[in-house]
Design a protein around this ligand. Structure first.
Ligand SMILES: NC(=O)c1ccc[n+]([C@@H]2O[C@H](COP(=O)([O-])OP(=O)(O)OC[C@H]3O[C@@H](n4cnc5c(N)ncnc54)[C@H](OP(=O)(O)O)[C@@H]3O)[C@@H](O)[C@H]2O)c1
Length: 343
């Protein structure tokens, strides 16, 4: 390890979130990439990602836990669920004094066991699951600082929970909350499918898995844990014909009179990466950044809360680096992108 630097491994470097991790960490003043891997290895970073040619070069390895342990102290797992816990389990249960700090971008450590197994697959690391901290600094900052395993939140839950949670104390228990969410196609990862092919998505829009998307239980569980409120979440995601970006519209009914804009401003007054907007938000102004922009409008007792994030950044990779910063005792904003891809 070079002086003052912290050695970092990125597993899943050939994927969309893996590329975003590379881009952020290449410019990070403290983190130093010492190991990158995917499922096959034996290729260079620039062959995988031509946009990085002349910027960063390293051989991509076939992911191997003993190499990760030798070469890194911080490990980002940018892998599909199930594959992630296979690696995390071995890395956590190291028979060594070296304590790795692991940030898992998949769903494997986000949910309680029964909820996970109902919506994903049998869990292979139930022992470590309770030790994972949900990596949303707005609500779990102190716990993240102490954690060795952080479950990075899903993209839809990030945009939805940041919009919803400030208003939970003004909503009745068990009330219905409607969340209409729209995501760019990169949210589905790089694997080709009919649903995400150019012909299907170009000049088109569609809802998918209405009320049944796997991020619904994550929103319900965290609203309960953070806001102590059981809610009936009606979550409907849509694919929209853009590469990146996520726009969420939450509709709720209040049980008392409030100044909703003031509630939002007070709630997030100390949060650098949540910006309150005077006008409905859009995806362009958060694209390329770790910001979540939020707008609220009130019609009597009814609220429209509108949030925007970059699904690949605040919804995945920049949030993961924020978590790593906190776990390593660095400033939360160290090396975190703030300038949007506008125009
Ligand atoms: N995309 C988003 O907006 C987003 C947002 C939040 C969270 N996430 C979550 O983040 C994770 C990564 O998503 P993504 O969109 O980056 O996926 P992706 O584009 O499909 O990339 C997946 C990566 O995992 C690697 N991989 C798969 N199985 C592996 C194995 N057994 N060993 C080593 N490497 C393996 C792939 O390597 P190969 O190239 O060799 O196959 C690839 O690098 C997923 O769990 C996803 O749900 C994604």
């Amino acid at each position: 390890m070079s002086t003052n630097k912290i050695d970092v491994a990125i597993i899943g470097a050939s994927g969309y979130t893996g590329l975003e991790l590379l881009k952020i960490i290449i410019n990070h003043p403290i983190f130093n990439i010492t190991y990158v891997a995917n499922s096959e290895g034996n290729i260079s970073v620039s062959a995988l990602h031509p946009s990085l040619k002349g910027v960063f070069e390293m051989t991509v390895s076939k992911a191997d836990t003993s190499e990760i342990i030798k070469k890194a102290t911080v490990v980002f797992l940018a892998l599909p669920h199930q594959a992630s816990m296979g690696f995390a389990k071995q890395l956590i249960n190291l028979d060594s004094d070296k304590k790795l700090k692991i940030i898992d971008l998949s769903a494997d450590y986000r949910l309680e066991l029964a909820t996970y197994e109902k919506h994903y697959c049998p869990h292979e690391d139930a022992l470590n699951l309770p030790n994972a901290v949900y990596g949303m600094p707005e609500f779990y900052r102190d716990a993240i600082k102490q954690a060795n395993l952080v479950a990075n939140p899903g993209c839809y839950p990030t945009a939805s929970l940041l919009a919803l949670i400030p208003f939970l104390e003004y909503i009745d228990e068990n009330s219905s909350v409607f969340i209409d969410a729209k995501s760019g196609i990169s949210g589905a990862g790089k694997k080709l499918s009919d649903a995400t092919s150019f012909v299907s998505v170009s000049e088109n829009m569609t809802a998918y898995n209405p009320f049944k998307h796997r991020h619904t239980p994550e929103i319900i569980e965290k609203a309960k844990l953070v806001g102590n409120k059981n809610l009936k979440i009606n979550f409907v995601p849509h694919l929209i014909p853009v590469t990146r970006g996520m726009l969420v519209s939450v509709y709720v009914s209040l049980n008392q009179k409030i100044d909703s804009k003031k509630v939002l401003e007070d709630f997030y007054k100390n949060e650098e990466f949540v910006r309150i907007s005077n006008t409905p938000v859009d995806i362009k102004n958060t694209s390329g950044t770790n910001f979540c922009d939020i707008f609220v409008a009130q019609n009597g007792d009814d609220l429209f809360i509108n949030s925007s994030i970059d699904n690949l950044l605040k919804g995945a990779s920049s949030a993961a680096v924020v978590n790593a910063n906190l776990m390593c005792g660095l400033e939360e904003n160290c090396g975190i992108p703030k300038i949007a891809y506008v125009p």
